[in-house]
Structure formats: C-alpha cells, structure tokens
Design a protein around this ligand. Structure first.
Ligand SMILES: *[C@@H]1O[C@H](CO)[C@@H](O)[C@H](O)[C@H]1NC(C)=O
Ligand SMILES: *[C@@H]1O[C@H](CO)[C@@H](O)[C@H](O)[C@H]1NC(C)=O
Ligand SMILES: [Fe+2]
Length: 404
C-alpha cells in the first residue's frame, strides 16, 4: 500500500429493516501486520449471524469500493469511520517515530486514559505499546470487564497499532483472554506458530517480533518462565534466532518488551521474579544473556506499579551511560493506573537507576533517527493533583548498534 494515510471503516452492513441497527461492532483495535504493507484489524460483533465487513479506502466517500474481509452478520449496524496511518516502511525513517508506552492499566482507575486518548487525538503517537496487565482482569464478570477495557481503548486502538505482551493478570484460563482478544498481533514464530489456551489453539501472540521503521521490536511473555516450563526453551530459541537475524544497518534500534522486569528496586519481593526472567528458572534460558550478546538497545516492561528508568545494566553493574551505553538500557513503566494502585519504592535507589517515581504516568519514546532516541515520562496522577507534566526526560544516543 503506498498511501501514507488511509481511512478505515469497520462495519456490519446496515439493516434494510425499518428498525434501527442495534449492535454495531465494538472493541475495534489495530495491530502491525506481518509486514509493513499490512494492518491487522480485530473487533467484536455481538451476533454472528452472517457477514461482517471491513471497508477501507482513502476517503470516506470511497469506502464501499473495497471489501477487505467478511465475518459476522448483516443486520447489526455500522461502526464509525476511523482513520489510520500506514505502518512505516522498514528501514531509514523520514520523520521521527513517536511511541506511547505504558503497562498495568485497569478498566477502573485508568489514571492516564484521558491524557493518552488526547495525545492520540492530536496525532502525537504512531504506535502504542502496552506491556502487559490489562483491565484487572479481562476475564472478570464473565469477560465483560475485558469488553469494557477493550472499548475504553478503542478511540486509540482503532486509529493506530496497539501492540501488547502478556502479563500475570492475563493468566486465567491459560491466557485465553489475552490470546483471543489480541489475536491480531503479528504471530511470526515459525517453530511455535500457535499456542494453546482454555479456548483452544490460536496464533502465537506470546512471543513475536515486528519492524516499525528503523526499530525492530520483540515481544516476550515473561509469564512463560513461571507458568509454562515447556515453552521456556522455545521462546528462548525464538528470541535468540530472531535477534541474530536482525540487520542493524536496516533496523539499528532493537527493543525487547515483556511484562516483568529483569531489574527492579521497589521492594525486596521484586528481585526473585526479576532474577527468574533474567537468569532463567534453573540458571538456563534467561533473557539477560540474550539481550547482552545481541546488543539489544532497550528492555521495556511493567508489572511493578511505578516508573524506574535505568542506565545500561549488565549482571547488576552499570556504567551510568545514556550515550553509547555498553549494555542494554532498562525501563519499568507499569504505572498507568489500576485497582492495585501504587507500588512504593521501599529500598534505596541503586546507582543503576536514573529516575524513580511511584506516581501514575506513561512514557513517550521518540526515535529521531538511527542514533538518537528521546525518552520522557509524563506524570498524570489525581492522587498527587498532577496532570500531564513531564517529570523525566533523556536522550539515549547509540552511534553503533550491535553486540555489546
Ligand atoms: C556477575 O556478577 C557476580 C558478582 O555480582 C560475579 O560473581 C559473576 O562472575 C558475574 N558474572 C559474569 C558473567 O560476569
Ligand atoms: C539525529 O537526531 C538528532 C536529534 O534531532 C540530531 O541532533 C542528530 O544530528 C541527528 N543525526 C543525524 C545523523 O541526522
Ligand atoms: Fe503484573
């Protein structure tokens, strides 16, 4: 697709009956597809009686010319028309890429929601990354809480890719709510194409990767380390092969994201889970060695309900660098707001931590070019009476990407 901007409509063909259509599609959300020419659309229709269409085109008048997909029924109603921008071509970027990043957002107490919806409305982001823990929990109230959550993010997710990884709050029914509600993630793990949940077999959206301009993203499920011993090695092998195959002259930036941290400093409890992900359950198949040996620029996660930006860290040691860091830079951004509220920092700040806060907020990441990335933390916290204030910002400069 060569159009940089497309109009998208999701609709169920309008009823020819005299009664008003009553059940338009809901929970509309987009994902980066298997390559940048694709955009994956997922939605929910209340009934499944016939056909459901996606119409898309470059103007609202021209939507009926192309029918992309059909599922669902014929009588329930049309969605609004949404506009999205095509995923940037893999490789050098013409303009900065802007990402909204957060973790751990509830249906209730979603403190950042209004702020990030406004950002999206203003066109401030090109992609969203939500690093696990949705709705608290999506399976509650027979899944209605998950439906409410998906509808709460629809104003954002229907207009730009809403990329995800799985958190511990998605564990019910073998991660079926995560797996099914985010089926549109670009499942590309050839050796593990599917996963099995309480709802059956589905494309593997537990670990996958995709490009976005000059950035290569890899999603992992940290939950595999705790709940799926049989998948630990498969995920490790996928990440290892995927990272080895990245051409850094095309996508110099490599960012891995998962739900739980490899490093955290809030309470003494957080270390043991971080060590499991970092070093592997039996000291084997841990993530840190992979991130380090392949020169992964950043690891972004949530889980702790706070914000902790670190410098480079390897084996617990940091050189406190943001310019040409000699190992992976780590960020915990898990304080979007939810019923579990804040996670305080009970321990002194370790040297490796550049900035810590337990205030609610979200992160912005702007990739300017192959060497310069700008990172910001925006606090928006009704408990503190703070709305949309940038409390932390830094350049991360990497002049030569590759193995450390
Ligand atoms: C990691 O650090 C520990 C001490 O904290 C040290 O004993 C160990 O040799 C280090 N491992 C590597 C691979 O550098
Ligand atoms: C990359 O972007 C930064 C920030 O705008 C700028 O200072 C730097 O000169 C740019 N580098 C290149 C090679 O364009
Ligand atoms: Fe969590």
């Amino acid at each position: 697709m060569t159009l940089s901007s497309l109009l998208l409509a999701l609709l169920i063909a309008p009823s020819v009956r005299s009664s008003e259509p009553s059940n338009p599609p809901s929970q509309i959300h987009l994902s980066v597809g298997l390559d940048p020419s694709k955009m994956n659309v997922q939605w929910s229709s209340a009934q499944n009686l016939g056909e459901s269409h996606v119409l898309y085109g470059s103007s609202a008048d021209d939507l009926s010319s192309k029918v992309l997909h059909k599922v669902g029924d014929d009588t329930s109603g049309w969605s609004d028309v949404y506009q999205y921008k095509a995923v940037p071509e893999t490789g050098p970027i013409g303009e900065p890429l802007r990402f909204g990043i957060w973790g751990d957002m509830g249906t209730d107490n979603a403190q950042i929601l209004d702020s990030v919806k406004k950002e999206v409305e203003k066109g401030n982001f090109d992609m969203i990354l939500h690093v696990g823990d949705f709705a608290y929990n999506m399976n509650d109230d027979e899944g209605r809480n998950g439906d409410a959550f998906m509808n709460s993010i629809q104003p954002m997710a229907a207009t730009l890719p809403y990329m995800v990884d799985a958190g511990n709050h998605e564990a019910a029914y073998d991660f079926s709510h995560y797996t099914e509600r985010f089926r549109n993630m670009p499942a590309n793990a050839e050796d593990t194409p599917t996963v099995v949940t309480g709802n059956g077999e589905a494309p593997n959206n537990w670990f996958y990767s995709h490009d976005f301009g000059n950035v290569h993203f890899v999603a992992i499920s940290t939950e595999i380390y705790f709940d799926y011993p049989d998948l630990v090695e498969a995920q490790y092998n996928f990440v290892s092969q995927d990272l080895a195959s990245v051409d850094r002259s095309v996508t110099p930036w490599v960012i891995v994201h998962g739900h739980r941290p490899l490093y955290c400093s809030c309470d003494s409890d957080c270390d043991s889970s971080a060590d499991t992900v970092r070093l592997g359950p039996d000291g084997k198949f841990g993530m840190e060695e992979l991130l380090h040996s392949h020169g992964v620029d950043m690891y972004i996660c949530g889980h702790e309900h706070n914000y902790e930006r670190m410098y480079d860290v390897y084996n617990g040691t940091s050189t406190l660098a943001t310019v040409n860091p000699p190992s992976t830079v780590y960020v915990v951004t898990g304080d979007a707001g939810g019923p579990e509220e804040h996670e305080k920092f009970d321990r002194p700040k370790p040297d490796r931590a550049a900035f810590r806060t337990d205030a609610y907020g979200y992160s912005r990441m702007t990739v300017f070019n192959d060497t310069h990335l700008y990172w910001e933390q925006v606090e928006t916290d009704t408990d503190a009476g703070v709305e949309d204030v940038v409390i932390d910002e830094t350049w991360i400069v990497v002049e030569e990407h590759g193995p450390f």
